[in-house]
Design a protein around this ligand. Structure first.
Ligand SMILES: [Zn+2]
Ligand SMILES: [Zn+2]
Length: 253
């Protein structure tokens, strides 16, 4: 299994998880042309996608799903709450996520997270015993999340904002409250503590994702990652809004 990012942040998210000839796109927050261009960077074309899984209805995750999936007849998976929020869509092949499911050779376990959408999930992917966790949008770390994201070989997790930069920054106060709240996004310290809590001996890769361009700095994210992984030799990466992240093979060492 390997994974890569089309781009990550409040202006659009997309993660590709691949195993053999199964290519799953997790969220698509980019317009059609932009998605095609970003897929091409990873050596993919839309017709190669086996499925799109949507974690929740926010436009940075859902915004590009309809045009991509309807043009290329790609099945789309989401929870009932997400389907309710995007009612009126013109997709032909939809599936309701109720529990663990499979797409080709990938097993997907949805995990309910505290985030201000109707029925948001994040996911653990598994192939032949290798496990990848993707955790892009959550406002706080629940016991449920901690128990689901265990024994991972790779983890992509949001380091959304620096608490001080958010509170001293340009966002209006309602947005500071939303982003910093328990159903908003993780700050660097929360993400650091989460990584430290789930990091086991087998964890080889941690990718920081959904990093705010306004309320965070890569150097602060890297410092938090270093603290979280002190004593571990897991590789650390930061996925960006413009470039995303190149392919990483899960559990290759
Ligand atoms: Zn969201
Ligand atoms: Zn988001």
């Amino acid at each position: 299994m390997r994974f890569a990012s089309l781009g990550s942040g409040s202006r659009g998210n997309g993660t590709v998880i691949s195993s053999d000839d199964t290519h799953l796109l997790l969220d698509c927050g980019f317009g059609y042309q932009e998605t095609v261009k970003r897929l091409a960077r990873l050596g993919l074309e839309p017709d190669m996608l086996s499925a799109v899984v949507v974690t929740h209805e926010h436009s940075d995750h859902w915004g590009g799903v309809e045009s991509l999936a309807s043009r290329h007849t790609i099945p789309v998976y989401a929870t009932r709450g997400t389907w309710i929020e995007v009612a009126g869509h013109r997709l032909a092949h939809t599936h309701e996520v109720r529990g663990a499911f499979e797409v080709g050779s990938l097993s997907i376990t949805p995990v309910t997270v505290p985030h201000d959408a109707r029925e948001p999930i994040q996911c653990v992917f598994e192939v032949s015993g290798k496990r990848l966790g993707v955790l892009s949008d959550l406002g706080s770390v629940s016991a449920h999340v901690l128990s689901a994201f265990t024994e991972l070989d790779a983890l992509s997790v949001e380091f959304n904002h620096d608490w001080t930069l958010l509170h001293e920054g340009p966002y209006p106060s309602f947005l500071k409250k939303r982003v910093g709240g328990d159903y908003g996004h993780l700050n660097n310290e929360q993400a650091r503590d989460l990584v430290a809590a789930v990091a086991s001996e087998r964890l080889q890769t941690v990718v920081a994702c959904h990093v705010s361009e306004t309320n965070n700095e890569v150097s602060r994210v890297e410092a938090a990652l270093e603290q979280a992984l002190a004593g571990h030799n897991a590789e650390r990466r930061v996925a960006s809004q413009s470039e995303g992240m190149e392919w990483i093979t899960v559990g290759s060492r």
